[in-house]
Write a protein that binds this ligand. Structure first.
Ligand code: HOZ
Length: 428
């Protein structure tokens, strides 16, 4: 495939935008080559500036569960835009989407809308600190909760992809309140809690990690965290930016049967528009301004276009619960197909999958935490990525990102993908 115009656009972009992109992973630095510039997208496909059609396995990093430019979502935005694009005043639709979200997600009474997953996680931690009157937080190496200061300590996603999991610009003062634990290692968390007795406000975790590839929680791990939190007056925050409204109607909490104290959302809850949210039981949420002292605000929070897209999206997911099964089945089919062709071609690999999230690691050992994720063969990943791109398949340009499966994918698309992987595997 030819990507000439994308490369020309990238050259122009680099003159006025740092690295030519507004979010680092997109720059392809981890895999080499120039990023693809998208012109439009429909259903399961991206159409780039060179006229190529790509099967999309990123889906805007998760939200396009029903496919790109899904008509009910697009129509809702278009109709809303005709009536004004921002008011900085309350609107009825905010209550409608809040009611729907509260009905879909377990263990939440109230929800506050913000503009991104970053904002949601940063606000959730502030709320947890205000509620518990404690300062320290536990996060897991390789988990990514957006780019606010407290989280850029051994962060996954782009932070680790570009070798700066601890970002310059985060002060020592901030960093000292973030305690780092190993994903899937309960004893490690126990030790950290024991040596910081009475000081920890919350544990924040991706209940299924998606920012070091897809990493499922091992049996008993989240249950153990729940018990530790209960025993030590620590709030458990599930970052469901990727898993919320994707793994089940009620996200990972529902799929895995574990309740968090605070849940954060992003991407999906806005149907692809810039929306995030955090939610909890009433006693916790009532600590937020204007009811309580924990401050959090935003002119664009609850923006009518974003709420319209989100409401259309959640309504579809609420009314068609079969979608979750259907995307999980498609992902399983893909998993089996990839396993078969990589095994036939003797390519060392491990595949992780939960529901409609999946990742391929070029590593022989189980990938269960950041350390094991980092052992994957990056040269093989680069070849894999470009081999697929050359055949019109677009996966995340980093080994540290999960793929997201959309309902818009057909089984024919999946077969085409498996075939492309089989061809690519010849050169791995
Ligand atoms: N950090 C995002 C994925 N985990 C990537 C965001 C983007 O480039 O759009």
């Amino acid at each position: 495939m030819i990507y000439k115009r994308s490369s020309a656009l990238f050259a122009e972009a680099q003159k006025v935008i740092p690295g030519g992109v507004n979010s680092p992973v997109r720059a392809f630095k981890a895999v080499g080559g120039d990023p693809i510039f998208v012109k439009e997208a429909k259903g399961a496909y991206l159409y780039d500036e060179d006229g190529n059609r790509l099967i999309d396995y990123i889906n805007s990093w998760g939200p396009m569960i029903l496919g790109h430019a899904h008509p009910p979502v697009v129509n809702a935005v278009v109709e809303k835009a005709k009536k004004g694009t921002s008011f900085g005043m309350p609107t009825e639709i905010e209550t409608q989407i809040a009611e729907l979200a509260v009905a879909m997600v377990p263990n939440i009474d109230k929800i506050r809308f913000v503009n991104s997953g970053t904002e949601a996680c940063m606000s959730a931690v502030r709320l947890a600190r205000g509620f518990t009157k404690k300062d320290k937080i536990i996060k897991f190496a390789g988990c990514y909760h957006g780019h606010s200061d407290s989280f850029l300590i051994q962060a996954g996603s782009g932070a680790v992809t570009f070798g700066s999991p601890n970002s310059p610009g985060v002060t020592e003062g901030t960093a000292k309140d973030t305690l780092l634990a190993r994903y899937n290692d309960l004893e490690n968390v126990e030790r950290i809690i024991a040596s910081n007795k009475g000081e920890i406000a919350c544990i924040i975790i991706e209940p299924v990690a998606g920012n070091m590839g897809c990493i499922p929680p091992v049996k008993g791990f989240l249950e153990g965290l729940r018990s530790l939190c209960d025993a030590n007056d620590i709030l458990l925050i599930f970052d469901e930016v990727m898993t919320g409204f994707r793994l089940a109607k009620g996200g990972a909490q529902e799929l895995l049967g574990i309740n968090a104290d605070i849940v954060t959302f992003g991407k999906v809850i806005g149907g692809g528009l810039p929306v995030g949210a955090f939610a909890a039981r009433e006693e916790i949420m009532n600590h937020l301004a204007p009811l309580g002292p924990v401050y959090q605000a935003g002119t664009l929070s609850g923006n009518p276009l974003a709420m319209a897209a989100g409401l259309a999206m959640l309504t579809e997911l609420h009314n068609n619960a079969d979608i979750f099964d259907s995307i999980a089945k498609k992902t399983e089919y893909l998993h089996q197909g990839i396993t078969k062709v990589l095994t036939e071609k003797n390519v060392v690999h491990t595949i992780n999958r939960v529901g409609s999230m999946i990742s391929v690691h070029f590593s022989e050992d189980p990938v269960i935490d950041f350390e094991s994720a980092a052992l994957g063969n990056n040269d093989s990943f680069k070849k894999f990525f470009h081999g697929l791109l050359d055949q019109g398949i677009y996966i995340a340009p980093s080994a540290f990102e999960t793929w997201f499966i959309t309902e818009a994918l057909t089984y024919e698309d999946l077969d085409d993908t498996i075939k492309a992987i089989s061809i690519t595997a010849e050169n791995l």
